[in-house]
Ligand binder design. Structure first.
Ligand SMILES: *Cc1c(COP(=O)(O)O)cnc(C)c1O
Length: 360
């Protein structure tokens, strides 16, 4: 994939006060922001208009703006990677554009033009190219967001929106190799429900998870395993990542049934595993099956997959019924091999037969 030469150039207003760059060994996640942002407005009847790159700064919102009352808000998350040769690459940004456009419908938000999404981000990242870090495992995190801005308290979809994209350097997730986490199996509260908005990257899905995640931390767990909203039995997602299991040599992940976010890393993992001719199944997995497989010794690996960490290994599933320790609490070979393969693609260390990299 390459930046189209015919893409309209978005006007840039450069900052007059560039900020100092943080040290690359202490970036963390979501703490630092680059100098510029992309902003596009939507007005009913006019569509998306006035794309511009401007200095990073506050947004002016009317206190009646519908996003503040009825929650019409959604976002995306992707990264720009510094390649070995110094160039910068995005990874499958067309998939983020597609997901934002398709998820928008469920939230009554007008779809953002997918080429504007990709080209706008490419130009924004090029504008802030000096903010893309180069230490191993670091990246420039990109956060596209849409909010409803109409000052009107009647309950209906807003007629005006703002799409904006901010970016910021983020640190290496794993300094000393994949670190298994302890996960709380939540049997009562749910993240999303079939028929609801779980398949869209809606801000509201995150609200539903915060209290549970906080209580999981109080129990010494890092994140939450979400079960289905009806039987509280079928595994769905882990934290804000899609869930993968290796059961008796087969890579298994729950099917996208409306309550699960269609992760781009999930799709990348399934595609690569099929390339390796590893058996892959998208099917329901119950907690009973997880427990039985563990008892039989066939529950080989459990891990989450998502853009932020790529792969997050589950060492222990904790619940009122006791702990399930997976693979002796150590990362397994499939998680490690997928992590290596995907990061090597993202950082340009391996050939890219599917054209997943978009080099700027
Ligand atoms: C963003 C997200 C994911 C992961 O999606 P990626 O495209 O792989 O980053 C998984 N689950 C939830 C709930 C998410 O919000």
């Amino acid at each position: 994939m390459s930046v189209s030469a015919s893409a309209p150039v978005i006007p840039v207003t450069r900052t007059s006060s560039p900020r100092p760059h943080p040290a690359e060994d202490a970036l963390g996640f979501g703490k630092y922001f680059a100098d510029h942002m992309l902003v596009v407005d939507y007005t009913e009847g006019q569509g998306w208009h006035d794309a511009r790159i401007v200095p990073y700064g506050t947004l002016a919102l009317d206190p009646a703006a519908s996003v503040l009352h009825y929650g019409q808000a959604m976002f995306e998350g992707l990264k720009a990677y510094r390649l070995m040769d110094g160039r910068i690459s995005l990874f499958r940004p067309d998939r983020n554009a597609h997901r934002m456009a398709t998820g928008a419908g469920r939230l009554s938000i007008p779809a953002i033009d997918q080429s504007l999404f990709v080209q706008g981000i490419a130009q924004l990242v090029a504008t802030d190219a000096d903010w893309v870090p180069s230490a191993p495992g670091t990246a420039l995190y990109i956060r596209p967001t849409i909010i409803a801005t109409e000052p009107f308290l009647g309950v209906r979809a807003s007629r005006t929106y703002t799409f904006y994209v901010i970016t910021g350097p983020v640190g290496a997730y794993y300094a000393g190799g994949l670190k298994p986490v302890r996960i709380w199996v939540e049997r009562e509260r749910v993240r999303a429900v079939r028929g609801g908005i779980g398949a869209a990257k809606a801000a509201a899905n995150y609200v539903a998870s915060l209290q549970v995640a906080e209580q999981a931390r109080e129990r010494g767990c890092d994140q939450v395993l979400w079960l289905d909203a009806i039987q509280h039995e079928y595994v769905e997602e882990v934290g804000t990542m899609n869930l993968c299991l290796v059961i008796d040599g087969t890579l298994v992940t729950p099917p996208l049934g409306g309550s699960i976010l269609p992760g781009i890393t999930r799709d990348t993992v399934l595609t690569i595993a099929r390339d390796w001719e590893m058996p892959v199944e998208e099917r329901l997995v119950s907690m009973t099956e997880v427990r039985d497989a563990h008892a039989k010794g066939t529950l080989q690996e459990v891990f989450g997959v998502g853009t932020a960490a790529v792969v997050s290994v589950v060492g222990t599933l904790a619940s009122e019924d006791g702990d399930i320790v997976i693979n002796g609490g150590e990362p397994g070979p499939v998680a490690q091999k997928l992590y290596d393969a995907i990061t090597r693609l993202q950082y340009g260390l391996d050939p890219d037969p599917r054209g997943w990299r978009m080099v700027l």
